[in-house]
Design a protein around this ligand. Structure first.
Ligand SMILES: [Zn+2]
Length: 286
């Protein structure tokens, strides 16, 4: 295995490389993206990807392996080394930059006429598993969340959006409850009261609006409030979107929902652990 070249900083990468990178890292099988196809195969693949490594046990940079076997052109039915990019299916392999094992293999169909790319193969497969901690935190909504992930894995974006909305409906009261507990911890009594008042039989839209308006500051990253994005998601006419648009939307909001649930639970758990450890430290020794 050879590592081809030093990676360029991402802000120097052309748009086409950023699009291919997003497709490889984040999109399920058969997801399609519009793309100004580069002339050379060499320019079509990103130098590095950020992918979960099962050996290292976390997300790591993966580097593209170089060699003729990575530049196969399968469009004509045979594997021919083709430095110029023509319409067809191309493969690439990426190895973990730390353990140098656990390769990912991708197959992408480049369509020069339609200026589009489609992910047609990936190994290891696109992960639809939900880790046990998240599963427990999702509660009954886990079934809808899982269904959304399964739909996404096959690029059925509209179906995935419908399941995600159902998951969100089930999760809005637990989210409000967690936010109220956090407001209590922070001594923000007015927020805690308002968040509890809206739970239960209130209109769903009102509950979702209150959830983002009174979201803890810790939830907002780079000015983006994921609960506000989820509230906006409720008003999108999903049936009017293309499958491709709906896949992107479902992917984004699946991540938002996971982030919100994880962040709120983690915040409360760490707070309780810290308080317990303080109490233990203050307890007089006998
Ligand atoms: Zn690794």
């Amino acid at each position: 295995m050879r590592i081809p070249r030093s990676p360029k900083p991402s802000d120097e990468q052309p748009d086409s490389l950023i699009t291919v990178r997003q497709l490889l890292e984040k999109s399920p099988l058969y997801a399609t993206k519009e793309l100004s196809i580069p002339h050379r195969i060499e320019d079509a693949w990103p130098y590095t990807l950020e992918l979960p490594c099962s050996v290292c046990g976390k997300s790591r940079p993966f580097s593209r392996s170089s060699g003729n076997e990575e530049h196969r052109f399968i469009g004509a039915g045979v594997n021919v080394s083709a430095p110029r990019l023509s319409t067809g299916i191309y493969d690439a392999t990426y190895h973990c930059g730390d353990c140098h094992s656990n390769p990912y293999r991708f197959s992408v169909h480049f369509d020069c006429e339609e200026a589009a790319i489609q992910k047609v193969g990936q190994w290891p497969r696109w992960d639809i598993d939900i880790d046990p901690t998240l599963k427990k935190r999702l509660g009954d909504a886990e079934l809808f969340y899982r269904s959304a992930r399964i739909m996404l894995a096959e690029s059925f974006g509209i179906g995935a959006c419908a399941y995600l909305r159902r998951a969100l409906e089930d999760l809005v009261d637990p989210i409000l409850n967690l936010e109220a507990d956090i407001a209590d911890e922070l001594g923000e009594a007015d927020d805690a009261t308002a968040l509890r008042k809206v739970q239960g039989a209130q209109p769903f839209d009102e509950k979702a609006r209150e959830a983002y308006r009174r979201a803890p500051a810790d939830l907002v990253v780079d000015g983006r409030n994921p609960l506000k994005e989820l509230h906006k998601f409720l008003s999108v006419a999903v049936h009017k979107l293309s499958e491709e648009q709906a896949v992107d939307l479902a992917q984004e909001h699946s991540n938002d929902l996971k982030f919100v649930i994880t962040r709120l639970h983690t915040w409360m758990e760490e707070r309780r652990e810290f308080r317990d450890s303080m109490q233990q430290a203050r307890r007089p020794t006998t």
